[in-house]
Ligand binder design. Structure first.
Ligand code: FAD
Length: 549
């Protein structure tokens, strides 16, 4: 059978058509699901970025992990075929594509595995790697009044797609990224083995898959932590004219003790102008609210900053209690008092807020235009330089869409250690085994690793780092190359200035660049590849490894 598949995909029969190939592969694989001809015009040849296209040999719509295992095993026995899991194709740089290879459309498995579990008294949901987060949200709330703790801003992304990167939004300072909120995965490795993995079972595969850019396995099921879903959200935007004050307050908010935290903290930079997309009008949360520029303190620079925070509450909470809670949380902040915007929305509306942007952008024809986006993690030590050179100069007129910037915590703030332990830390400047053990024993520190360095995610140094997301929407075509060039320029500038940064959703084309990206984690990444996908079958669109024979 495999020899026959090999011949088919080599196209040795001069008279065969792609349709013949596909129907032959289909018969040979004996799939429960279905298989379609690839084709550059098909959806699997494109992605949200709109910068790259590819022509897969075939697109497989599996019914579950057994089908996926069959496809991987079949590809393994050819000399050249690769396999790309495609979530919802919301990558920017062709990461979910397989030129001439087999694309697995994970959405066909989205209904699999929806099951609620209680483990040690806490709720979890088993979901398909091909499920969209928006469906996970809707089903969890409508059936159980529960919801995942950590999100992305936009939810038409698959569980497997975001877990292969990190999955970051305004809850991550508190609960870590989505990769820190799953406790078990079922995957299909690059050897075609269906394997269950967790922190204690096949742990190298588990941590490798999380943030692993699809390099080691295809995630077919994830066990996601849940919490009671709130009813409502107070959603607030606070404007700053000085970057130092903005970052000081953002860092203050994310490092408060449990009970004194907002449920969500993000922020963005906007142009100090009346530009409808990049300037003042992008700030108010309600069309009836007006941004009055006369309130901007003078002198102000070319860009301004906005902290975006949210507090959950329930229908039964008294209005005055919510007011008191919000006032207490923001009273010490240094925002421009007359540039505060707030609304109350349902939790569902809040979590699905970017859906509205999508509908609007689709109506304006810019959702389907190219998106040369750039996402970077920048350490706290480099963020002022980044602001000075990139935001205040290069991007002072905006990028035609949001320029997000907000702090994230690597380990254990939020549930902040007590003063005593913090003093120890300052004296040692390290968490020694003993100070840590004593702290745990005394019960005065709730230690939670927000970004577990056993995962494949790569971060800059330091406890606090920022995510910077340049979410460009391009209404007209020709300038795309310029914008891509500007992204390169920003990365080059970060390198030249010696800034401490790592690309998020990285895109590199040379091995040298990938090595530099992974730094000291490169050898572990390569070892994991050799263990779980030794022939480099999986996720060829990331361009990290070449298929071996
Ligand atoms: P795809 O683009 O289909 O795939 C991405 C990569 O993962 C590919 O290499 C693919 O082969 C691999 N892959 C896909 N499924 C699986 C699987 N089941 N198992 C193993 N590998 C797999 N990210 C954030 O962190 N926070 C945000 O707030 C955020 N907002 C976004 C908003 C928009 C509008 C867009 C377009 C993207 C956003 N992203 C955000 C980025 C997003 O998380 C990633 O691009 C993600 O990979 C997209 O998910 P997807 O399901 O479309 O994956």
């Amino acid at each position: 059978m495999i020899a026959c598949l090999g011949r088919t995909v080599h196209g040795t029969d001069a008279n065969s058509t792609p349709d013949d190939d596909v129907s032959t592969i289909s018969q040979l694989l004996d799939l429960q699901g279905s298989i379609e001809n690839g084709g550059i015009t098909g959806v699997a040849g494109k992605d949200f970025g709109g910068l790259y296209s590819a022509k897969p040999l075939a697109v497989i719509k599996p019914s579950g992990s057994e089908d996926i295992a069959r496809v991987v095993k079949a590809a393994l026995r050819t000399s050249h075929l690769t396999v790309a899991a495609r979530g919802n194709g919301h990558s920017i740089n062709g990461q979910a594509m397989a030129d001439g290879g087999l694309v697995i459309d994970m959405r066909s498995t989205e209904e699999n595995h929806f099951k609620l579990l209680t483990i040690d008294g806490s709720p979890y949901i088993d979901v398909s790697g091909g499920a969209l987060w928006e469906d996970v949200l809707k089903r969890c709330i409508s059936r159980f009044s529960l919801a995942p703790r950590s999100w992305t801003d936009y939810l038409s992304l698959t569980v497997g797609g975001t877990l292969s990167n990190a999955g970051v939004s305004g809850q991550a300072f508190r609960y870590g990224p989505q990769t820190s909120n799953v406790t078990e995965l079922e995957v299909v490795t690059g050897k075609g083995e269906v394997t269950v993995c967790s922190e204690t079972q096949n742990s190298e595969l588990f941590f490798g898959a999380l943030g692993g850019l699809g390099q080691f396995s295809i995630i077919t099921r994830a066990r996601v932590k849940l919490q009671p879903a709130p009813d409502m959200v107070r959603w607030i935007r606070l404007v700053y004219s000085e970057f130092e004050e903005f970052t000081r307050d953002a860092e203050f908010l994310v490092t408060q003790e449990e009970g004194e935290l907002f449920d969500y903290v993000e922020g963005f930079v906007f142009s100090n102008s009346d530009d409808p997309i990049n300037g003042w009008p992008s700030v108010p949360l309600d069309p009836d609210h007006e941004f009055n520029p006369t309130h901007i303190p003078q002198p102000a620079g070319s860009v301004l900053y906005c902290l975006e925070v949210a507090l959950h509450y329930s229908h039964s909470d008294h209005h005055s209690n919510i007011e008191t809670a919000v006032s207490r949380l923001i009273e010490r902040l240094g925002f421009v008092r007359r540039l505060k915007f707030e609304v109350n929305v349902s939790y569902m509306e809040f979590i699905l807020r970017v859906k509205q942007v999508e509908e609007h952008a689709k109506a304006n024809g810019i959702w389907d235009s190219p998106h040369p986006w750039l996402n970077i993690f920048v350490s706290k030590s480099s963020i002022v330089d980044f602001d000075r050179t990139v935001f205040k100069k290069m991007l002072k007129d905006g990028v035609g869409g949001p320029m997000l910037i907000y702090p994230l915590l690597r380990s254990n703030s939020g549930s902040r250690p007590s003063t005593r332990i913090r003093v120890n830390v300052m004296l040692d400047n390290t968490w020694t085994f003993w100070s840590f053990a004593v702290a745990l024993f005394m019960g005065n520190v709730i230690f939670q690793v927000r970004w577990d360095d056993r995962t494949s995610v790569v971060l800059p140094e330091g406890e606090i780092f920022y995510i910077v997301a340049l979410l460009r929407f391009v209404p007209k075509g020709p300038s795309v190359e310029k914008l891509v060039a500007q992204n390169h320029e920003i990365v080059k500038l970060c390198n030249n200035e010696g800034l401490d940064f790592k690309l998020y959703l990285p895109h590199y084309q040379s091995k040298e660049d990938w090595k530099r990206h992974f730094g000291y984690q490169w050898s572990r990444f390569v070892e994991r590849k050799l263990s779980f996908d030794p022939m480099a079958i999986l996720a060829p669109g990331q361009q990290i490894f070449k298929r071996t024979h």
